[in-house]
Design a protein around this ligand. Structure first.
Ligand code: E4P
Length: 217
């Protein structure tokens, strides 16, 4: 399973990248706005900066909702850097646009996916990635990871190449369960990635080893 970081914050991207385990980045308009990025030039520059920091796919979301608007925006985003993946919402015009991008060699990430039916459409349109939002599903008292399992099974049985990118991750257990479910990618906030490091027995064990090491000097 590949690890993407789900943020537009450069410090957090740098920290995750320095760990050596980062495969890519996802952003969305909420995450970009949180960094105070405003206007087309600043947005494009920010995506370029991220692409120059991380050697892997960087999802940049379109803001338009019509087929023509999405295609125009996506073409411009794709020109920023070879690693840009155009992120397109799961709507009728979005599916049409994903098919257009597929036919024109532009990578896509179909976002805001909450059902297996939506994931089937994304794969049929040739999306590079499909992003089921598991945390938001959990928020409604459903089990988001079950959707990941369902989509992985469907794609495997159909031989579809679209990669299942588990999104809306809220905690380290989500990451573990997504790996068990066979997700191709998990896009995570930095605290969830760092949370994977934690175990009290590791801390207790290391403290003892360091104490005993002093007796060896
Ligand atoms: C990433 O691709 C998604 O936009 C993101 O994971 C959504 O996360 P949230 O549900 O925490 O906003």
């Amino acid at each position: 399973m590949k690890f993407f970081i789900d943020t537009a914050n450069l410090d957090q991207i740098r920290e995750a990248n320095d760990l050596g385990i980062l495969d890519g980045v996802t952003t969305n308009p909420t995450l970009m706005a949180k960094e105070g990025i405003k206007g087309a030039d600043a947005i494009n520059q920010h995506y370029l900066t991220i692409c120059e920091m991380v050697n892997g796919p960087v999802s940049a979301e379109v803001l338009g909702t019509t087929f023509e608007g999405i295609v125009e925006e996506g073409k411009k985003l794709a020109k920023i850097h070879k690693n840009i993946v155009v992120k397109v919402p799961m709507i009728k015009d979005g599916i049409k646009a994903i098919k257009w991008f597929t036919d024109n060699g532009i990578q896509t990430n179909c976002t805001l996916v909450f059902s297996a039916g939506q994931a089937i459409l994304a794969a049929k349109a040739g999306a590079t990635y499909v992003s089921p939002f598991i945390g938001r599903i959990d928020d409604g008292s459903w089990d988001g990871v079950k959707l990941i399992e369902q989509i992985v099974n469907i794609y495997n049985s159909q031989g579809w190449m679209t990669e299942v990118l588990a999104a809306s991750i809220r905690n380290p257990l989500h990451i573990v369960r997504c790996a068990e479910a066979g997700a191709d990618v998990c896009t995570c906030p930095l605290p969830s990635i760092l949370g994977l490091l934690k175990h009290p027995l590791t801390d207790i064990g290391l403290e003892q080893f360091l104490k005993d090491a002093k007796n060896m000097q």
